[in-house]
Ligand binder design. Sequence first.
Ligand code: NAD
Ligand code: GLY
Length: 364
Amino acid sequence: MDTAARVPVALGSRSYEIVVGSGLLKHVGDLCGDLLPGRRVMIVTNPAVNRLYGTTVSNSLRRAGFQVATTEIPAGERAKSLRHAAGLYRAFLDNRMDRRSVVVALGGGVIGDLAGYAAATFLRGVPLVQIPTTLLAQVDSSVGGKVAVNLPEGKNLVGAFYQPSLVVADVRTLQSLPPRQMRGGLAEVVKYGMIADRELFTYVETYLDAILRAEEESLTYLVTRSCAIKAQVVEEDEREEGMRAILNFGHTVGHALETGAGYRKLLHGEAIAVGMVVATKLSVDRGLCEQRDLDRLRTLLIRIGLPVETSLDMKRLMRTIGYDKKVRNRMIYVVLTKGIGHVTLAEISDLGELRAAVRTTRST
Ligand code: NAD
Ligand code: GLY
């Protein structure tokens, strides 16, 4: 193994490690080692990722004594559906998987969420290993146990909290990632900077060129630091009964933009970028945050190549926010910032306030 950092996620009997480094895929079998109860493994992936990395992962698992099968689902957010979850159950049954068999999610957040949901529910739960191959999945979706599928009414409306047994984040896989996906993942890294770590925010500002060139040292730092922040939040509030909600900074408007855009036009990270600008503008309007921090955020997002504006119809956006899980008792629960590196949870009862902040991101 070239280099590897280990980030622990301490959750009692559900504890696990996130291993971060370059060149890890060929060591997946050893990393799984005796950690897993059974020897039968189903790799869930998509055709593009399978072509790039499937053989390396399955060979490594076979060398370590696992019996390996692979099933592919189509690429894209639309695959995160109950229909494709049912397809996975069928594949698990066809491969005679039992409760000790292991699901390995090899791919981005779509694969991780869908395969994770299937692992959480098949036979009331089988072990799950996450091998995230997008920046977004490495810094966010593979860690913390949220697994889900979408309904036509909204994203992630059916799901579970189901922790993996291991996460292996090989930053070398990011070298093949399309630039737009890399930029989308960086939105989540910026989010960690905004909510918890001014230094991380400054690091992205300073080393953006190296990061966009997928330099392994910079990426290992970004992924390790982001995972450590997420692990700490999840350790304190695994089931989002309180402070885990800070991870949703930018997500109230972000999710609505994704859903309102029919899951097609905007990547998750792109939607979150606009959402973070709205949340920070709300924070400035409430006197919680300095205008110069909003300016810094906008400047960094623009340099990364992320959108900071939306053209979605305001009525449609507001209607979609109404379906979001963060709306309870006609109150919208949002995460605001008290300046880069600090967050606070807040409520909005006056939709006019939200409309005014959204208006500042209108592109028309
Ligand atoms: P994705 O899974 O759709 O992957 C993006 C694209 O990149 C896909 O076409 C994939 O085939 C391709 N790809 C993946 N790895 C590659 C590689 N190494 N080289 C080349 N191509 C590669 O998108 P995503 O951004 O990873 O994930 C988005 C999903 O994650 C959304 O569904 C979102 O809701 C979910 N999410 C979940 C959580 C959570 O906590 N569970 C958090 C954030 C986001
Ligand atoms: N991505 C938000 C969470 O995991 O809670």
